[in-house]
Design a protein around this ligand. Sequence first.
Ligand SMILES: [Zn+2]
Length: 408
Amino acid sequence: MGCGGGGKSPIPPTPSNDGSGQPSATLTANPTRVRGGDVVTLSLSANPTPISVSWEQVPPQPRGTFTGDRLQAIWTAPSVSSTTEFSLIANIVFPATTLSRSVTVTVEPPGNGGGGNPPPSPPAVSISYPTPDGRTNVVAEGVKLTLLGNVRAGSYPVSKLQVLDADGFLVQEWTVSDGGFRVDLERFGTLGAKAIRIRVLDSQGNYGEIPLEVINNPGLLDQLAKDFLRRYCAAGEPPRLVRFGDLSDGPYARPVQVWLHRGVEPYISLVQEACTFWTRYSGIEFRILRADERPTGDVYIVIEDKFDVDATYAAETIRGSSSSPFKIDFGSITLYRGWWSASDDERKILILAHELGHIVMTRDDNNIGSGHTDDGSVMDGISPRLVLHPYHQTAMRILYSHQPGDSL
Ligand SMILES: [Zn+2]
């Protein structure tokens, strides 16, 4: 039902810094000495799981950019005219308290090339997602592999991002500008395990590139999807599928109705974004209803505001079944103060998408944490990010092409 960790632990026999229930956090930066345009990886470990983390730099100008996750952020250093020390600060909000942690990073001005006309420096690209691991990088036709990363200009402005197959054929390209990018790769070229190339080009055709290991294997993707369904979207032995709605009233026959309480109406665009996330990856359509409208039929999701309640979790989701234990026909999402006070809209959207996922994807059978994955996706219980892996997308397609209660 609930979200996040932080169960009650027994009082330790002796005072201890660990497990005493006192929130703790450590922050590291790598590297700590860079030039403008370089990226610094900021790793935060915090216990218990924070409600939110916001990042800032001191001094605020010249301004670098933060991207990535709340627990693993990327800071792209700004250009400086003289060596400058920046404090990079994480403001960490726990249910009961707030902590700040900071690290110092030194940014140096552009190097002295040593006279003459230096050759143009090419643009550069880095990738923060996916991390090749034999799971998140397994693909096949019909799914999207989201690429999250960063491009930075060399001597000329950045113009295009391309993906080339292992044999050098262009499979997809996008227009990009300096900074963070998020694109969906939908073509994967030849079958098998291979290194595709992520290339960034500038306006003059200079380029920089990095390899990315992917496995284009429909059979393996199908197997990963079924493993996922058995673990997160099924009940009983042998496992039988648990899903929202059925083939006649479920999300592919008609849009899922999402009914907002009045207090949630001001945030309708954030709810829309969270729904669009699921539509993009799973094809499920949603219809958002304001408080004075009424859902038709019995199958719908309601979102309620309790912004004055300072609960353990930022949000909580309950799902209900009226006819069969395998058919979910009702979902209720409650948003607490922790959601309302979340650091930014991105965080609010992530929480909404996560809660919707407890209704349309991963079961949460009154056992806190049971609907949480450990795979860095939107359903990750510790470090969620706004992506669905290819095997989730395949799992959703299998799940919603079967009736509730079908064996896998
Ligand atoms: Zn959750």
